[in-house]
Design a protein. Structure first.
Length: 200
């Protein structure tokens, strides 16, 4: 019998494996849960829908890069491992027709949306393997906001949120988070990144 794969900083087995799963998960195959989504309950999702939010699904089978700190001294020297991701026609249509912000719940979602983006808010559909590496200077085509957890230094996730929010704001935010004793990583606190400018 298999067990739920957990990040190396969680040292105890989870008595309830559903604690490390989102309420909207419906596919297997990933080596980690998209932990930004752990903050959402059915009640929270219902309240957001009442406020006018709409939701669209993507999937990405999280690989080694989520757990592994970057060993290379430069971003150019870092090797991204391929991850399988999927986008449906329904999701592509919703993104194309969206009148507000496209808010990615987690870096996994952001990576998937950008990997499938051909131009602003235009997505390919289907399944493919991506090695997209989003670093500062990257021009987002679809994602214009992100809900995410606080990440470890020297990770691809830190580089991605720095690309969206700007390095200085990320460093300032993390300094405040440490001073206020925010919780980090999978079961920690979260942030909403709302850049001033939109893609395209």
């Amino acid at each position: 019998q298999g067990v739920a794969p957990l990040p190396p900083y969680i040292h105890e087995d989870l008595k309830d494996v559903e604690r490390y799963q989102t309420v909207y998960a419906n596919l297997g195959g990933s080596s980690a849960a998209p932990t930004a989504g752990l903050h959402f309950t059915d009640e929270v999702l219902s309240l957001l829908k009442e406020k006018g939010a709409d939701f669209a699904d993507v999937s990405l089978d999280v690989g080694l890069d989520t757990f592994r700190p970057m060993a290379a001294e430069t971003t150019e020297g870092h090797l991204m491992h391929g991850e399988t991701c999927r986008v449906s026609q329904e999701t592509a249509d919703k993104i194309r027709d969206c009148k507000g912000r496209v808010i990615a719940v987690g870096t996994t979602t952001a990576r998937t949306l950008e990997a499938f983006s051909t131009e602003p808010r235009r997505l390919e559909i289907g399944e493919k393997t991506t090695k997209i590496f989003i670093t500062p200077g990257y021009q987002f085509k679809t994602v214009d906001a992100m809900f995410t957890n606080f990440h470890m230094p020297r990770t691809t996730m830190m580089l991605m949120i720095s690309a969206l929010a700007g390095r200085d704001l990320v460093m300032e935010s993390y300094k405040m988070a440490v001073e206020c004793r925010f919780r980090m990583l999978s079961f920690g606190d979260s942030m909403l990144i709302l850049p001033d400018s939109l893609p395209g």
